[in-house]
Design a protein around this ligand. Structure first.
Ligand code: NAD
Length: 429
């Protein structure tokens, strides 16, 4: 079947098959890892505010628990399918393995547009999700977290429901909780900071001086905001632009300023969905350019941190010759065709599941703090994150140099190798 007709899960399997063949994984082991270990599909009847029962459909997929309890978010989305959840669960296995945290891969979902629900309906749906699956998740089994369409408040309801059913307070059953019910300091900025930690290491490897560099960022949501702040604060570099989707105009804009942007100011004029107030930005001397202007900026580093497929065969040739690093803050921002072009141009790519693993690393730290019932201060969390992601980066870089592989292939090699190793030690294969 042509690649563009595959569903998300078939894509994930095809990607895995390609890498597994390249690194000589035994065909029988491949067969085990091509499929999720367990999957649950269930109905969640919810009493709506109008008094009627509405049935929602929920999923939880555990792709692998070879290295530890499954880990991954729960998405509330109207286009959610079991195949999307399967693909994302497999991908979480590789992400946790490359970061070398003792967790496997899982993902969950509900077919619903959460913006159509009242607060009470959302709470009942969250509790219903837990009621349906609580026997098969838990701190030593599978630990859910927020994702698209779910929030820290929803995680607090889920943790509360799980605790009631389990008969004891169980904060480590769910991560991404608000501070005060077992959330971790540093989680908000973790992904963006982790992105910049990997850029710093890539610059060391390439012999670049961070304070002399310029970054162009796509997006201005959770990942992009903190990547911009850390780029300036930690690397002392300049950020020339960020971009966002403007819901009023229904188009995206790149916001730039000649002397570099001020992310703290821009944050103060950005709403919860990551949309910058255009009038206020212009008053402050920012130019609003076309959506894709960010990709053509004269910069050393591109940090796509908005959506998938943003660097593709239509625009990859617009990348400025000065660019040396692409740091994938978003999930899947570079298409396979564009990836080939980056390779040809010898641009150093930091693949998504390594580059943006700061979020899941800090979720793991949240569970660790819950289990100790002792909470680290903010600098301690960020320092531990830096240590963990820096080590992950160098494990991948070393493999890439030793085996003459591109960083993405090296990251898969490290991740799959670790999962297979755990399966061997446990006597599964
Ligand atoms: P977000 O919703 O907070 O922000 C998304 C930003 O992208 C917003 O500023 C939005 O306006 C902008 N945007 C949307 N469409 C755009 C377009 N066409 N052009 C330009 N800008 C556009 O999301 P986020 O949490 O920052 O996540 C961004 C990406 O990073 C996603 O791919 C997500 O899966 C991935 N990711 C996030 C985390 C995390 O911890 N938040 C962790 C790992 C990966």
């Amino acid at each position: 079947m042509p690649v563009n007709q595959l569903n998300a899960f078939q894509m994930a399997q095809t990607q895995f098959d390609g890498i597994a063949a390249k690194i000589n994984i035994d065909p029988q082991v491949r067969e085990v890892l091509r499929y999720p270990a367990r999957e649950f599909r269930f109905q969640i009847p919810v009493r709506m505010d109008n008094g009627k029962i509405q049935v929602f459909f929920g999923f939880r997929v555990q792709h692998s628990d070879a290295r530890g309890p499954a880990k991954g978010g729960i998405r509330f989305a109207s286009n959610e399918t079991l195949d999307t959840v399967r693909a994302l669960a497999m991908w979480m296995t590789w992400k946790c393995a490359v970061a070398d945290i003792p967790l496997g891969g899982g993902k969950g979902g509900v077919v619903v547009d959460p913006s159509t629900l009242s607060v009470g309906e959302k709470e009942r749906l969250c509790r219903g999700w837990i009621d349906a699956v609580w026997h098969d998740i838990g701190p030593r089994v599978d630990v859910p977290a927020p994702d698209v369409g779910t929030t820290p408040q929803m995680m607090a309801w889920m943790m509360d429901e799980y605790s009631k059913l389990a008969g004891h307070y169980s904060p480590s059953a769910i991560t991404g909780k608000p501070l005060g019910v077992g959330g971790s300091l540093g989680r908000t900025e973790a992904t963006g900071y982790g992105v910049v930690d990997t850029i710093r290491e890539a610059m060391k490897h390439l012999g670049m001086k961070p304070e002399k560099t310029i970054a162009a960022i796509q997006g201005f949501g959770n990942v992009a905001q903190y990547a911009a702040i850390a780029y300036i604060k930690e690397l002392r570099g300049k950020v020339i632009c960020v971009s966002c989707y403007d819901r009023n105009d229904q188009v995206s804009y790149t916001y730039s300023r000649k002397d570099g942007i001020d992310p703290i100011f821009l944050q103060s004029i950005t709403d919860q969905y990551g949309t910058i107030d255009q009038a206020k930005a212009k008053d402050a001397g920012y130019t609003a350019e076309e959506a894709e202007a960010w990709i053509a900026k004269e910069a050393d580093v591109l940090i796509p941190s908005a959506l998938e497929g943003q660097i593709n065969s239509d625009n990859v040739n617009r990348i400025h010759p000065r660019v040396k690093i692409v740091a994938e803050g978003a999930n899947g921002p570079v298409t396979p065709e564009a990836d080939e072009e980056l390779k040809k141009r010898s641009i150093f790519d930091i693949p998504d599941f390594l580059c943006n693993s700061g979020g899941v690393i800090t979720s793991y730290f949240e569970g660790v703090q819950n289990d100790m019932n002792y909470y680290w201060d903010h600098p301690s969390v960020l320092r531990r994150l830096d240590q963990k992601i820096t080590k992950a980066f160098h494990d991948v870089l070393e493999t890439s140099l030793e085996r003459n592989m591109y960083m993405r292939e090296a990251a898969y090699t490290v991740a799959i190798g670790r999962v297979v190793d755990a399966m061997e030690w446990r006597g599964w294969i």
